[in-house]
Ligand binder design. Structure first.
Ligand SMILES: O=C(O)CCC(=O)C(=O)O
Ligand SMILES: [Fe+2]
Length: 530
């Protein structure tokens, strides 16, 4: 059966009022197919976090598992407070749309790209129009008319390997007017991620049992992410590592000075720039208490697993706090570089209610297909960092353990196929962000036929997540996705309609703002195998 590649229907008409929707409760049964069960589990045997993986549930070796200990001595994951202000990204929250309009226009300014390796793909994306026809298998299919055309010539990117010797890590607090590459490099001395452009002192976030360790592996391929810095080319910084860098090094990163001259480069910063801004009031006792209650309920029973449907698993509170901070940091850095966050639109001229960037391949919401370059500015999406891939792997393994041990299914892979992510869509929703009911169906025919899962990470503010068998479902089911949750839908649930009708304002755990300066809103990463 030919299944369309078209990942479609980012409908701006979200169906179903969240207030009317049924909420998934821990002990709530869903009988859509007669076999669906919601089986909560507070047993974290297979969590990488507490270092007690069930045997056979992960291919990671013991040494690697040992690194998941809570005492990994993580550095503070603070985003640079002195990070460059991105001009011309005008705030317009009041219109209920996306907060920052960083829409890009065509230009031919110099391309300053991340030195990340590019994953090349020989597969050519198939072009479809955004018009959809309903297919016999329930997946909406595209017609071939009216495709958006953009005559801009793609720009070249010569990826450059990072030079780690030239750019030592500098704590952000001690750096002023210095070039400070943001760096994630080979693990040393028991620290999982070193050299990120954050303070070197220990994490300000107190160990929060049970999720204190980092499940980010180290000793994987080293990865350098150069965050844009206003002063990157400054002649007067006096930094040993900034102005003295060879030209090739300076341009290897994401120079915001050059970016500023490029209208394609107005990037959305998921972290707030706090320096010199209006004085922020301390959180009230009320909000502190609310936060405490939320945190308590989040961590009370440790991570929990729920089967929302066959093939649809929710891992509550799965991503450790340090890992959430690191994900923010990496997304922030990538988001500020070429191929970073932008405010996507539809072919009818409307805008999506979120900021988006892609890894591996670009997903084009106008054409509804994946391609190797982003048409709007020719940017090549960076590959998925190895650390992210590991987290995905662990999430799938955890789900398999749950399916096997709690749901008593002998062959968990038949319920939820495994997958190796090579593409990822990263969304950032502000408090007014949303995403209409849609199916994810633009991955390759093979991937869709095998019903390889989508693995979704939520960080920051909570989101109402709705899902249904049909687009016009009057009362879609609803579940709250909170910071640290991982939702996986594959197998029978792969083609489910889903969407995010609303973000719960001010619901993010406070450490994300205090330690990573995450701006209000929600970061979501959906990993797939093309
Ligand atoms: O934000 C979410 O939870 C869902 C995102 C999503 O469905 C998508 O990017 O396709
Ligand atoms: Fe989706």
């Amino acid at each position: 059966m030919n299944r369309p590649r078209n990942r479609g229907g980012y409908s701006r008409n979200t169906r179903g009022s969240p207030s009317n929707n049924r909420s998934h409760q821990r002990h709530h049964d869903h009988n859509h197919d007669g076999s669906s069960r919601v089986v909560p589990s507070s047993n974290d045997q297979s969590s990488p976090i507490n270092g007690s993986h069930s045997q056979g549930q992960t291919s990671l070796d013991n040494a690697e598992l040992a690194r998941y200990s809570p005492n990994t001595g993580l550095v503070s994951q603070q985003c640079n407070q002195d990070h460059v202000a991105i001009p011309n990204c005008s705030n317009h929250q009041q219109d209920g749309h996306s907060m920052v309009d960083c829409s890009v226009t065509n230009d031919h300014s110099p391309r300053i790209r991340s030195p990340l390796q590019v994953q090349t793909s020989s597969e050519n994306a198939v072009s479809y129009s955004s018009k959809v026809i309903k297919g016999s298998d329930g997946i909406e299919q595209p017609s071939n008319s009216g495709r958006h055309q953009n005559k801009q010539k793609p720009k070249e990117w010569t990826p450059k390997p990072p030079n780690q010797n030239k750019e030592p890590f500098l704590p952000s607090s001690s750096v002023n007017n210095k070039y400070q590459p943001s760096k994630i490099k080979r693990h040393q001395h028991g620290q999982t991620w070193s050299g990120i452009s954050m303070g070197q002192e220990g994490s300000k976030h107190p160990a929060t049992p049970p999720l204190v360790g980092s499940s980010f592996p180290h000793d994987e391929s080293s990865l350098t992410v150069y965050a844009g810095r206003k002063d990157i080319l400054s002649k007067s910084g006096g930094s040993q590592d900034g102005p003295n860098l060879p030209e090739s090094e300076r341009t290897a990163g994401c120079s915001s000075e050059l970016l500023e001259s490029s209208p394609t480069a107005k990037k959305f910063d998921i972290c707030e720039i706090k320096s010199g801004g209006p004085v922020k009031l301390k959180p009230s006792l009320l909000s502190k208490n609310r936060e405490r209650r939320q945190e308590l309920s989040r961590t009370k029973n440790g991570p929990q697993r729920l089967q929302l449907r066959s093939g649809m698993i929710l891992l509550k509170n799965h991503i450790s706090h340090p890992d959430q901070l690191k994900i923010i940091k990496v997304c922030r850095d990538l988001g500020l570089c070429d191929g970073g966050f932008y405010h996507p639109g539809y072919s009818d001229g409307g805008k999506m209610h979120l900021q988006m960037m892609c890894l591996g391949k670009n997903w084009d919401p106008e054409k509804k297909l994946y391609e190797d370059r982003r048409l709007i500015d020719g940017a090549v999406p960076p590959p998925i960092p190895e650390e992210f891939k590991k987290l995905v792997k662990i999430a799938i393994q955890t789900s398999h353990t749950f399916i096997k041990e709690e749901l008593k299914e002998k062959k968990p892979e038949e319920i939820l196929p495994g997958m190796q992510p090579d593409i990822c869509i990263i969304n950032f929703y502000t408090k007014s962000g949303k995403l209409g009911l849609h199916q994810d169906k633009d991955e390759s025919k093979e991937s869709l036929n095998k019903r390889l899962p989508v693995v979704s990470f939520s960080i920051g503010d909570s989101a109402d997540f709705i899902f249904a068998d049909h687009r016009d479902e009057e009362k879609p089911e609803k579940v709250l996705l909170e910071s640290g949750d991982v939702l996986i839908f594959g197998g029978e649930a792969r083609h489910i309609f889903h969407g995010v009708p609303s973000i719960v304002p001010d619901s993010a755990p406070s450490f994300l703002a205090s330690e990573a300066n995450l701006r209000p809103g929600r970061l979501n990463l959906t990993f797939r195998q093309y």
